[in-house]
Design a protein around this ligand. Structure first.
Ligand code: AMP
Length: 303
């Protein structure tokens, strides 16, 4: 196993201008692990309730995701998220968050996962993300995500976490909110001073920017004609990126740039359908050919 992910496994109810889905499979760890599974062996740590159907478990199993760390709470109810997107699909409006089994979740990392060189702390309570780091044995590369819910609710724990991660992946509006700085470049500098050596700011249909102490890299989003559901784009992006890093074992800047493109490829497929529908019927050949399209999309000659 080379990647450990800890995050949410959820039932999502989502409304977009193009349709709606009720209580479908979602969650940050679900999207991440499915995207990463194209490149690496993933161990998933999360919690679900008794209401979590076997068909979802077998779908994740089919992708080769190790589920020893998926804890099913007897009598419990799975985490639920309800969200709505308007024509500006970059902005998710959270209508309802029901933590359910998540409120008492205390992640225990199975022994077999503790030596994983790559760790992704998907969007969950930052106090839980910190507890995960206490259990793993000197991982080579740690990345984390978060959202406004935790930036507003647990800012101290989040700052503590940032001292201990290599890569922080966050949405544009959340980066500004966290840093309290309106300029994106200014916000990036402020965040890098909190600890991570690399910051990736996700900008929805405008792509993503990667900042470190000395450079900035810009990855476009794939220009899709039809986007059905942006839910999970951020986690699929992170899964493609981390999966590629774990597969190659290279965390240098050039490889991070390639990883960002693989992340953008996975995110672009994910938004083509609701829930994990598109990722489940995706092939490695399709991933590689869209990677090449990204290359053409951004190529221009030197002066
Ligand atoms: P994103 O990749 O940012 O679109 O993440 C979407 C996923 O995040 C959805 O499938 C939700 O189930 C999950 N999610 C939403 N709110 C939370 C939360 N407060 N904690 C953990 N996961 C969440």
């Amino acid at each position: 196993m080379n990647i450990l992910v800890v995050g949410s496994v959820a039932f999502d109810s989502v409304e977009t201008p193009f349709g709606k889905a009720e209580e479908v499979l979602g969650g940050s760890a679900t999207y991440f692990s499915t995207a990463a599974s194209f490149f690496a062996d993933v161990g998933l740590v999360a919690v679900v309730g008794e209401d979590f159907p076997e068909e979802h478990v077998s779908m994740l199993n089919q992708k080769g995701i190790d589920l020893e760390g998926l804890n099913r709470v007897p009598g419990g109810k799975t985490f639920r998220w309800r969200g709505r997107y308007e024509y500006d699909l970059n902005l998710a409006h959270t209508l309802k968050t029901e933590l359910n089994v998540f409120s008492d979740f205390n992640p225990t990392i199975p022994q077999a996962y503790r030596d994983c060189p790559f760790v992704f702390l998907a969007n969950i309570d930052p106090e839980l993300q910190l507890r995960v780091l206490e259990q793993v044995k000197g991982p080579r590369f740690v990345a984390c995500d978060t959202m406004n819910y935790w930036i507003e609710g647990k800012p101290e724990a989040l700052r503590e976490l940032l001292k201990r991660v290599d890569l922080f992946v966050i949405n544009e509006t959340e980066a500004r909110e966290f840093a309290g700085v309106p300029s994106l470049v200014g916000a990036a500098r402020t965040i890098l001073e909190c600890g991570p050596s690399t910051l990736i700011v996700k900008r929805g249909e405008y792509g993503a920017l990667m900042f470190n102490a000395s450079s900035v890299f810009s990855a476009p989003a794939y220009p899709l004609e039809e986007i059905y559901d942006p839910t999970g784009a951020g986690d699929s992006f992170a899964g493609g990126l981390m999966g590629y890093l774990a597969n190659t074992g290279d965390t240098g800047e050039d490889n991070l740039r390639k990883g960002m493109i693989f992340g953008s490829v996975l995110a672009s497929f994910n938004v083509e359908a609701f829930s994990l529908e598109r990722l489940h019927r995706l092939s490695l050949d399709e991933i590689h050919s869209r990677y090449k399209e990204f290359k053409r999309l951004t190529h221009f000659e030197d002066i």
